[in-house]
Ligand binder design. Structure first.
Ligand code: AMP
Ligand code: GLY
Length: 423
């Protein structure tokens, strides 16, 4: 079959790597892709928001199946456009993608269906938001309703910080229209994990769990990023906990959406806090995590294509999927200055020598200039290794990362530290 993958990041490189291994796939296209994805796919320079051009590409090339990587095109209705044209695509329609596109929508859905999450209220009036903050007490969390590139949740340790956060969102509009409505919620304590399920509209199967490292510096310090590294599986997250998350969160969410006329077909990413009262939802995303996808694709011991096609068609899903026993660790190599301003166009050396012996160097922010690989984004490469145990996987990932050079290169030296502490 002919498959089209929409997207161009490290997550999509990991998906391309896995999809290209399927014996069912004759040709893999990517739009727009990147130089790493080009090793597995024919890249077509169409941006992810050019819906008409993506539909035309799928029709012209007689694509059998399309996988959408990032959230923005899904929230903008790309899956609906493909469905209208009779094209099979994986990813929720715009209505179901509201789970990620609007935190207020997600929180109200959880409240209506008794899905465990932090106590909250939503506001359009800054004065009312401030009054609720005072009633709730610090610490608390202020969240811009809409898509804010992962920066829209502000954890406030004092009421003064909460007042600043509501003002920044609602009056100064630092997140633009995304902050017109805010959600104010109770602060949850516990370990945070990324849980993934694949849904076919009526049911779902668990497809991996990982832990991300959000801040730019070691010891969880510095500003938040899209993710500096990840590992999977998560020690202590056992089959009992997985069943509990599927039974109390994932299946109720899928059932709720179906009942509300927004059936969910695609990957559901649940950001969970494992609290003393059990797992609670921090947020939903309508896609794989990045860099969580890199470690999950490395460990998945199945042909991914039949799974994704079944979900897109609303066909039955397996009860569980198979995993390689080895843990996987991904260390992101980022541009100096990220998540603030950073230069691009810097020559990258060592990708070929690092990507040997089962180490995969997934490319995120890269491009090619005069036949050479150069930096083109904040998160540049995701060096991903498996190992006998998590220590071995960490050592192998760092040994490979040390072979890669570009000016200003930065990475955290402590990816996986929590996994070591608990094993
Ligand atoms: P979100 O965009 O909703 O995932 O929030 C970003 C980050 O803020 C999460 O990954 C958590 O680390 C933190 N966070 C969000 N909501 C809460 C909460 N209710 N309690 C504690 N931390 C939170
Ligand atoms: N790594 C977190 C995310 O993809 O949102």
């Amino acid at each position: 079959m002919k498959v089209l993958l929409v997207g161009s990041g490290g997550r999509e490189h990991a998906l391309a790597f896995k999809i290209a291994q399927s014996p069912l796939v004759d040709t893999l296209f990517a739009a727009p892709g990147n130089p790493g994805i080009a090793r597995h796919a024919r890249c077509v320079p169409i941006p992810v928001d050019a819906q008409d051009d993506l539909v035309k590409l799928a029709e012209r090339e007689r694509i059998d199946f399309t996988v959408v990587g990032p959230e923005a095109p899904l929230v903008a209705g790309l899956a609906d456009r493909f469905a209208e044209r009779g094209l099979l695509a994986l990813g929720p329609g715009a209505k179901a993608a509201q789970l990620e596109g609007s935190k207020a929508y997600a929180k109200r859905l959880m409240a209506r269906h008794a899905i465990p999450t932090a106590r909250f209220e939503t506001f359009v009036d800054p004065e009312e938001a401030r009054r609720y903050c005072e009633a709730l007490g610090a610490p608390l969390v202020v969240k811009a309703d809409g898509l804010a590139a992962g920066k829209g949740a502000i954890v406030c340790t004092t009421l003064e910080e909460a007042a600043r956060a509501t003002r920044a969102c609602m009056e100064e509009r630092v997140f633009g229209a995304a902050g017109t409505t805010v959600v104010v919620e109770e602060f949850l304590r516990g370990d945070e994990i990324s849980f993934f399920a694949l849904a076919n509209g009526t049911d779902a199967v668990a497809v991996g769990v990982a832990q991300d490292h959000k801040t730019v510096f070691d010891g969880d310090r510095g500003p938040n990023t899209g993710g500096m590294g990840a590992y999977s599986p998560v020690p202590g997250f056992d089959a009992t906990l997985e069943r509990r998350v599927m039974d109390t969160i994932v299946r109720p969410t899928i059932t709720a959406l179906a009942r509300e006329g927004a059936p969910y077909r695609g990957v559901l990413f649940v950001g969970l806090m494992l609290t003393a009262d059990g797992p609670k939802v921090l947020e939903y995303n309508c896609r794989w995590g990045d860099p969580e996808c890199q470690v999950i694709m490395t460990r998945l011991d199945e042909d991914i294509v039949p799974l994704l096609v079944a979900a897109a068609k609303g066909a039955p899903l397996p009860v569980r999927v198979a995993w390689k026993p080895e843990p996987a660790v991904c260390v992101n190599l980022v541009s100096g200055g990220y998540p603030g301003r950073y230069p691009t166009g810097l020559a990258i050396e060592g990708v070929e020598t690092a990507g040997v012996d089962g180490v995969e160097v997934f490319q995120a922010g890269t491009s090619e200039r005069d036949g050479r690989l150069v930096t083109a984004g904040g998160r540049v490469l995701g060096v991903t290794a498996t190992g006998r145990d998590v220590r071995d996987a960490i050592a192998r990932a760092y040994a490979a990362a040390a072979k890669i050079k570009f000016d200003g290169l930065h990475y955290r030296r402590d990816i996986g530290y929590r996994a070591i502490a608990t094993t």
